[in-house]
Design a protein around this ligand. Structure first.
Ligand SMILES: *Cc1c(COP(=O)(O)O)cnc(C)c1O
Length: 379
C-alpha cells in the first residue's frame, strides 16, 4: 500500500469530501438564503447562535466573521486593554496572540506540558504579575487544556479566563464542552476546523448577558442600536450564508468527531513501537482530534518520505509565536520555553478528517512504517 506507486493523493484534510457528505442539505439551505435576500444577520445567524450556545451548554453565543474576531471581542468585552497582561501559550497559531495585541494588552508567553502540548499550569503561576488580567489557554489539536487547574489559579488571583477553543468544537472534559469553562469561549469556523464554514467565520460563547452584549456591540460597528455608536467598533458580523452552512454541519459534528476519535485509535494501533511519540490518550475527557500530531526527531525526513508517497502532512507550528518578529517588543516571554521550542522542531500532523477511509488510513500507516524500517536499517 505504501511507497511511490501512483495513486490518489491523501491530503492532510479533505474539505471537498466533507462537503460531499452534506451537499444536498447545504446547497438547499444556501439557495434558500440567496433567494431570501437576507444576507446580513436575520434568522439564520440568530438560530445558529442559539443552536451553538445550546450545543456548548451555555446561554449566549455571538456569531462573528473569524476566530480571531471572537478572541478580540472577548478580551475587549472583559475590559482588557493597554497596560494589561494576558497569559497565553506560544505553541499555538499566531491569532491567539494577535487578539491580545489588538486590545493594546501584552501577551505573556508560557511553556506547555510536553505530553499534551497544552498550557502548563505551573508555568502560568510563575508568570503572574501585578498587571495580569486574564489567562488565555488554547485547547490545542482538539484536546481540552487543564481547565480545573487553570480556573483555580484564575480564581485565586481574580483573573478572567478566555478559552481559545478554535480547534476543539465539541470536545468534552468532565461532562462539560470546550468553550463553557471560562468567562468566554472562542471558536473559529475556518473551513478546515472541526466545524467549518464555506469561508471565514467564528463565534464566542458565554453565560453572561453583559459580556455577550459588549461583544455584539464591538462586532457591529460599536452600535447597540442602529446609528447609535457608543464605541468605535468593527465589522465582525457573520454573513447569513455562512450561518446556513454551519447550521447543517453542526448537526453532524458529534458524529464527525467520533469518527476522528476512531481514526486516532487506528493510528495508535498501527504506529506504536516505531520510535514515534504518539498523542497521549486524553482519557475519559477525550479529544476531538482536530489534528493527529506525532513527534519525531526526524520529522522533516518523515514528512518528505510521506510527500513522496503522495501523503499530505503539516507542521503545527514550525516557528513558536514568541520567536515571530510580529511579537518582538510587544510581548513578554517567561524563560526560554524549551518544551515549546522542542515541539516546533518535532511535531508532524498526519491526515485527519472524518471522511478518511480505512484504505487511506492504512496507506498512511504503511508509509510511516516503511520510513521507520528504513531509518532503523540506516542506523
Ligand atoms: C484557527 C485558529 C484561530 C483563528 O481563527 P480564524 O478563524 O482563522 O481567525 C485562533 N486560534 C487557534 C488555536 C486556531 O487554530
Amino acid at each position: 500500500m505504501e511507497g511511490g506507486a501512483v495513486r490518489t493523493p491523501i491530503p492532510l484534510v479533505d474539505i471537498a469530501a466533507q462537503h460531499a457528505s452534506v451537499a444536498d442539505d447545504v446547497e438547499a439551505r444556501v439557495l434558500a438564503v440567496l433567494r431570501s435576500g437576507q444576507y446580513i444577520g436575520g434568522a439564520e445567524v440568530e438560530e445558529l447562535e442559539q443552536e451553538f450556545a445550546a450545543y456548548c451548554g451555555v446561554k449566549y453565543a455571538v456569531a462573528v466573521n473569524s476566530g480571531t474576531a471572537a478572541l478580540h471581542a472577548a478580551l475587549y468585552a472583559l475590559g482588557i486593554g493597554p497596560g494589561d497582561e494576558v497569559i497565553t501559550v506560544s505553541h499555538t497559531f499566531a491569532a491567539t496572540a494577535e487578539a491580545i495585541v489588538a486590545t493594546g494588552a501584552t501577551p505573556v508567553f508560557v511553556d506547555i506540558d510536553p505530553l499534551t502540548f497544552n498550557m502548563d499550569p505551573a508555568a502560568v503561576r510563575a508568570a503572574i504579575s501585578p498587571r495580569t488580567r486574564a489567562i488565555l489557554p488554547v485547547h490545542l489539536y482538539g484536546r481540552i487544556a487543564p481547565m480545573r487547574e487553570i480556573l483555580e489559579i484564575a480564581d485565586a488571583h481574580g483573573l478572567a479566563v478566555v478559552e481559545d477553543a478554535c480547534q476543539a468544537h465539541g470536545a468534552r472534559s468532565e461532562g462539560q464542552r470546550a468553550g463553557s469553562f471560562g468567562a468566554i469561549g472562542c471558536f473559529s469556523f475556518y473551513p478546515s476546523k472541526n466545524l467549518g464554514a464555506a469561508g471565514e467565520g467564528g463565534i464566542a460563547v458565554t453565560n453572561s448577558a453583559e459580556l455577550a452584549a459588549k461583544m455584539r456591540q464591538l462586532a457591529d460597528h460599536g452600535q447597540s442600536r442602529r446609528y447609535e455608536h457608543a464605541v468605535s467598533g468593527y465589522n465582525y458580523r457573520l454573513p447569513a450564508l455562512q450561518a446556513s452552512v454551519l447550521r447543517v454541519k453542526l448537526r453532524r459534528l458529534d458524529e464527525w468527531n467520533e469518527r476522528r476519535r476512531q481514526h486516532a485509535v487506528a493510528y495508535a494501533r498501527g504506529l506504536s513501537e516505531l520510535g514515534l511519540v504518539l498523542p497521549v490518550s486524553a482519557g475519559e475527557a477525550g479529544s476531538v482530534y482536530h489534528l493527529y500530531v506525532v513527534r519525531s526527531d526526524e520529522r522533516d525526513a518523515l514528512a518528505r518520505h510521506l510527500a513522496d508517497a503522495s501523503i499530505g502532512t503539516g507542521v503545527h507550528y514550525p516557528v513558536p509565536v514568541h520567536l515571530q518578529p510580529a511579537f518582538d517588543g510587544n510581548s513578554r516571554t517567561v524563560g526560554t520555553l524549551p518544551h515549546t521550542v522542542a515541539a516546533a522542531n518535532e511535531v508532524l500532523s498526519l491526515p485527519m478528517y472524518a471522511e478518511l477511509t480505512t484504505d487511506q488510513l492504512e496507506c498512511v500507516v504503511g508509509a510511516v512504517r516503511a520510513f521507520a524500517a528504513q531509518t532503523v536499517l540506516a542506523r
